[in-house]
Design a protein around this ligand. Structure first.
Ligand SMILES: Nc1nc2c(ncn2[C@@H]2O[C@H](COP(=O)(O)OP(=O)(O)O)[C@@H](O)[C@H]2O)c(=O)[nH]1
Ligand SMILES: [Mg+2]
Length: 389
């Protein structure tokens, strides 16, 4: 999951690391020079001390007899040897200290330092199918995270890059967050949820997964076979209905999808069911007639929640489709499927920002439990490689 994204990000991490090391090394040099000057200054001090010892010795020699001169000479030689051995010892410990300081230093990054790392980050994001305005937003957020503040360099300089990116992604992904569980809990029943999107992206599978998800929470669910267009679509939903033990409301292939959904809602009302999940035929955002038909279905059935479904592996295409569906009908949120097979992560990052509507769930496999409620933290942990799928 997101392996290409992690790979691409290494360029940003390396660029920032080398900039930090370069700055730290410069600071270390300055520090070493300063220490060297100090040593020089220190070195001149003992000479004075010797002088004063000599003077003292002389004075006492004047007062006493000759052996005192020897004592003075000894004092001089002792002092000299102490001075000689202290010099290299001090120098070593100062260098060691300077080296360790590289990792303890607090460094302030400025605009110029960040040009290369941020360029590497923007390229990494764009190559990972993150939409341009989203990439720009992330870069600017990372920039304000890094610039001007004192940053303590730990032994792992890559961590700084990761922390800044983590915080930028969390900010972006949390912006349009919606708690689906809370939504269902508080909404008047039956809650009508309709699914739209391009063919083959995982609408029908996601309906079945979501039915299971809701059943696990104790809700009763009715399925509406609103894809009356594709041969076999009704049967596909019926198979899921049988497996899950759910009522499937259906008409004949070629029938009016709005009428099927209407009937399902009537059934739910009559039988006290909590949620209606309505399937629709896949349609391309570029097909004017099918988009018109979708608008009509939405107008007639008035769903409480219209969910746009697309596959994460479609990358920028999925983001663009989300934008166009969102312009055409009032989608309330998205489900991004096939995230398990997505190496780039771009659509997962971009879709909520582009539509201004939350990603509600991620599909992470073909089985019923392979649907995870969208949590920014869950996604960021996987994008940055701290947790496996
Ligand atoms: N790996 C993976 N496959 C999925 C996921 N969701 C759906 N699929 C598969 O995608 C294919 C198309 O799904 P379907 O629900 O029929 O798409 P629809 O045309 O939009 O209704 C099927 O083979 C599903 O098993 C997912 O999250 N991960
Ligand atoms: Mg389908």
């Amino acid at each position: 999951m997101f392996n290409r994204f992690k790979e691409k990000l290494s360029g940003f991490k390396e660029a920032l690391s080398s900039k930090l090391q370069e700055k730290a090394a410069r600071k270390e040099e300055e520090q070493a020079e300063l220490e060297a000057d100090n040593i020089k200054a220190e070195a001149s001090k003992p000479a004075k001390a010797v002088e004063s010892v000599e003077k003292q010795a002389k004075r006492s020699g004047e007062q006493k007899s000759t052996p005192a001169t020897h004592a003075g000479a000894n004092a001089v030689s002792n002092n000299n040897s102490a001075n000689n051995s202290a010099k290299p010892k001090n120098r070593f410990s100062i260098l060691d200290k300077a080296k360790s300081l590289v990792f303890e230093q607090e460094i302030i990054l400025d605009e110029k330092d960040l040009i290369d790392p941020l360029w590497a980050l923007e390229m990494a994001l764009l190559e990972s199918d993150v939409a341009l305005p989203v990439a720009e937003e992330i870069v600017s957020s990372v920039k304000s995270e890094l610039i001007g503040h004192k940053k303590k360099i730990g032994a792992n300089t890559g961590q700084l890059a990761e922390d800044a990116l983590r915080s930028a992604l969390m900010k972006m992904l949390s912006a349009n967050h919606l708690d689906f569980d809370e939504y269902i809990k508080t909404k008047e029943k039956p809650v009508k949820i309709l699914f739209v999107g391009v063919n083959g992206t995982g609408k029908t599978t996601s309906i079945a997964k979501l039915a299971k998800y809701l059943m696990n929470q104790g809700y009763s669910v009715v399925l509406a076979a609103g894809d009356t267009f594709r041969a076999g679509a009704i049967e596909q939903l019926e198979v899921h209905g049988e497996r899950l033990g759910l009522k499937v409301i259906k008409h004949k292939t070629g029938g009016d999808p709005a009428a099927v959904i209407f009937d399902a809602v009537e059934y739910a009302k009559a039988h006290n069911k909590d949620v209606v999940l309505g399937d629709t035929a896949g349609r391309l955002h570029t097909n004017i007639n099918l988009m018109d038909q979708m608008r009509k279905i939405v107008r007639v059935t008035k769903p409480d929640l219209l969910i746009f479904v697309d596959e994460a592996i479609a990358g920028n295409d999925a983001v663009e489709r989300a934008r166009l569906f969102n312009e055409s009908v009032p989608i309330g949120g998205s489900i991004l499927t096939k995230t398990d097979a997505d190496a780039k992560g771009g659509s997962a990052i971009s879709i909520a920002y582009i539509t201004g509507k939350p990603v509600l769930f991620l599909g992470i496999g073909q089985n019923y439990p392979d649907l995870v409620k969208f949590e920014p933290q869950w996604l960021v942990d996987r994008l940055l490689g701290e947790a496996e799928a």
